[in-house]
Ligand binder design. Structure first.
Ligand code: AP5
Ligand code: MG
Length: 213
């Protein structure tokens, strides 16, 4: 099963994608996580991506597409995957479709986790992310057992550099301009499913598993 998660920054794509990956035994592939891992390791890709991410802009398609196509060609993707944060532009979606068509394959579901902008800014300020394993928490909704420490690996939890309110506003406007058109793109392909992302995260997950079966 090949699934795409759509939704504004902070809508809960990552939260839901992790649960989907676990339930269906497929890898969770987040381009944002791949960039952050490269930033942490100080690779040339990380250095280039950081400049865009810290400003709330998208990393250019040429860089992003190559990374994604390399990742989905790996062995663990044979039975499918859940993409979180890719595609984010129409050209990215077209490249993915072309690559899949060449393999006689296609995307099965594009799930839009729908959350209005006013809820987003509040959510982002409360998010904390693990510097080591990428697990995410929320100081109100999903607090770690010990403040500032990851339950899973014991590392430090941080506020992401791009979660400052002014950068979140920029990411939202980039989302509306460049990513939201994908909703129409996947509607036309008859694979778009929308879920209400404002409800409790387990209820969002229930709505998604009702769709995926
Ligand atoms: P990326 O890492 O993908 O960030 P994003 O899309 O901005 O989304 P987030 O990760 O911020 O939010 P999310 O939807 O995953 O929400 P989460 O589950 O954490 O990308 C970062 C940057 O990388 C981009 O800005 C861009 O520069 C670059 N990039 C990445 N991919 C790219 C691409 N394809 N092309 C070009 N550039 C690219 O949830 C958010 C918070 O809310 C958490 O604290 C969570 O605990 C909480 N929460 C979740 N669900 C609920 C709920 N139902 N109720 C209450 N709280 C909830
Ligand atoms: Mg995410």
């Amino acid at each position: 099963m090949k699934i795409i998660m759509l939704g504004a920054p902070g809508a809960g794509k990552g939260t839901q994608a992790k649960m989907i990956a676990e339930k269906y035994g497929i890898p969770h592939i987040s381009t944002g996580d791949i960039f952050r891992a490269n930033i942490k390791e100080g690779t040339p890709l990380g250095k280039e991506a950081k400049g865009y991410m810290d400003k709330g802009q998208l990393v250019p398609d040429e860089l992003t597409v190559k990374i994604l196509l390399d990742r989905v060609a790996k062995d663990d993707c044979k039975n499918g995957y859940v993409l979180d944060g890719f595609p984010r532009t129409i050209p990215q979606a077209e490249v993915l479709d072309k690559a899949l068509t060449e393999l006689n394959d296609k995307v099965d579901f594009a799930i839009d986790v729908d959350v209005p902008d006013e809820n987003i800014v509040k959510r982002m300020g409360g998010r904390r992310a693990c510097v080591t394993c990428g697990a995410t928490y929320h100081i109100e909704h999903v607090p770690p057992k010990k403040e500032g420490i990851c339950d899973k690996c014991g590392s430090e939890l941080i506020l992401r550099d791009d979660d400052k309110p002014e950068t979140v506003q920029k990411r939202l406007s980039v989302y509306h301009e460049q990513t939201q058109p994908l909703i129409e793109y996947y509607t036309k392909k008859n694979i778009l499913k929308t879920v209400d992302g404002t409800v409790d995260m387990m209820d969002v997950f229930k709505a998604i598993t009702d769709i995926l079966g």
